[in-house]
Design a protein around this ligand. Structure first.
Ligand SMILES: CC(=O)SCCNC(=O)CCNC(=O)[C@H](O)C(C)(C)COP(=O)(O)OP(=O)(O)OC[C@H]1O[C@@H](n2cnc3c(N)ncnc32)[C@H](O)[C@@H]1OP(=O)(O)O
Length: 405
């Protein structure tokens, strides 16, 4: 027996569900001042709450945007954010009930994919999300690190005022474009909370923009955290890279050259960078840039498997037939033939069998089918098909989201 209902939230329930989420994530309830700034970014649309009587006990939220898939197309996607259950009501199926309603809503609205960043990796696989793109944390020893002479840089780097950063960076992000599988669009409601707040006086992050031959083509948002003290007066600051996007390798290298030139900094930290970002190889001594960790970045859920598979491209290899199972959206269950000329449903016998969360892991090209089979996530009916699946799904650029939501 359930003692709660799941339904769309009303306008009047925006603030109480926002507070519920904040408490679930161990933040204080929003002050009136914070709500005045953040409230617009928490609309009622696309939010489902679990209610016990009139009181919210759980919330799931999403916004519609677009995502780049292998081959360069962009697809509509639901970006799931703001998931929380009141601490006294966890592990009684509240999230499961909300996720079922939310996924049914995505399917009814024809969204082929849903994505999220997971607070804990054990939560979302059961709902069909798979870890599809990773990010690495770089730690660079700043005084010693030098770009080697063959790294093409050039152009100019200039610092923006906070007002310029609020005005100019959204358009620049759009112009740079979704050039890697996994990158997502940032709608108007994303910017006040995730950018403007950081560059404003409270957080004081700095913003530098690179201009190349065709105008502005890259930016970095960063903060410096001083470590100097009476006891350790020589400790330089840590420069923390918060958001870095560039249209191409030259703009990216020029932004890194700039970051490595900032005085009184002993280390540069950059979290959630693409796993194939070649910073270490750009240095005269690659040991000055260490990969401190590799974490899961984007989790992806095929909501309409046929549409999702048909939208991306595949490398040249013989076709494979996948048998897909999906407990939450059973309409996806079935056999799909995937080959260099596309993907479609089929009645043919399956070469490989997998759950929809594992398909989410394959989809953007990070994981090889062979690796997933070795991890027990793919049931191999025809061993020869594994190598074909490896080739079909792989991508040149590692998938990467690069947007926190
Ligand atoms: C996209 C994002 O926003 S990420 C942020 C997610 N939110 C948080 O981490 C905030 C703090 N945590 C919470 O609010 C809650 O614990 C939630 C939302 C993670 C889970 O809500 P619950 O209502 O407890 O989940 P529910 O009871 O439906 O659990 C379903 C299953 O997942 C498991 N599960 C849920 N959360 C966790 C977890 N954190 N760790 C391990 N297992 C979990 C449950 O044990 C259960 O397993 P079962 O089906 O085998 O019994």
């Amino acid at each position: 027996m359930t003692d709660f209902d799941v339904r769309p939230i009303t306008e009047d329930e925006r603030r109480s569900t926002f507070d519920l989420l904040r408490r679930a994530l161990h933040s204080r309830r929003a002050t009136d001042d914070l709500w005045a700034r953040a409230g617009e970014s928490w609309p009622a649309a696309h939010k489902f709450g679990a209610f016990d009587g009139g009181s919210p006990i759980g919330i799931v939220s999403a916004y519609d945007t677009e995502i780049a898939v292998p081959g360069g197309r962009t697809l509509p996607v639901a970006a799931v954010e703001g998931v929380g259950v009141r601490a006294d009501r966890t592990r009684r199926g509240v999230l499961s009930a909300m996720m079922a309603v939310q996924l049914a809503d995505f399917a009814a609205r024809g969204l082929p994919l849903a994505v999220l960043h997971a607070s804990e990796p054990t939560i979302y696989g059961r709902f069909g999300y798979g870890s599809a793109a990773l990010g690495k944390t770089l730690r660079v020893s700043r005084p010693a690190a030098r770009l080697h002479e063959r790294v093409a840089t050039g152009g100019d780097v200039r610092l923006l005022t906070p007002e310029e950063a609020v005005e100019e960076i959204p358009g620049l992000y759009r112009r740079i474009g979704l050039h890697r599988p996994g990158m997502i669009g940032r709608p108007a409601r994303w910017w006040p909370i995730s950018h403007d707040r950081h560059v404003g006086p409270d957080d004081g992050h700095l913003v530098a923009v690179h201009s190349g031959p065709d105008g502005d083509d890259g930016f970095v948002v960063y903060d410096t955290i001083t470590r100097r003290s009476f006891d350790a007066p020589d400790h330089g600051a840590v420069l923390d890279v918060h958001d870095l996007h560039a249209a191409g390798p030259a703009a990216r290298a020029a932004l890194w050259r700039y970051l490595l030139s900032v005085d009184l900094v002993s280390e540069v930290h950059a979290r959630h960078r693409p796993v194939d970002e070649p910073l270490a190889l750009m240095l005269t001594d690659h040991r000055h840039a260490a990969t401190a960790s590799v974490e899961d970045d984007l989790w992806l859920r095929p909501v309409d498997v046929a549409a999702a598979l048909a939208a991306r491209t595949y490398r040249a290899a013989g076709p494979v037939v996948l048998a897909v199972t999906d407990r939450v959206l059973p309409a996806n269950a079935g056999h799909y033939e995937v080959g260099p000329d596309g993907a479609r449903r089929t009645d043919a016998a399956a070469d490989l069998a997998l759950d929809v969360d594992t398909l989410g892991m394959l989809y953007l090209g990070h994981w090889a089918a062979t690796t997933l089979a070795e991890a027990g996530r793919i049931d191999v009916r025809d061993p020869v098909a594994l190598a074909r699946a490896d080739e079909l799904f792989t991508t040149t650029a590692a998938p990467w989201c690069g947007t926190h939501f």
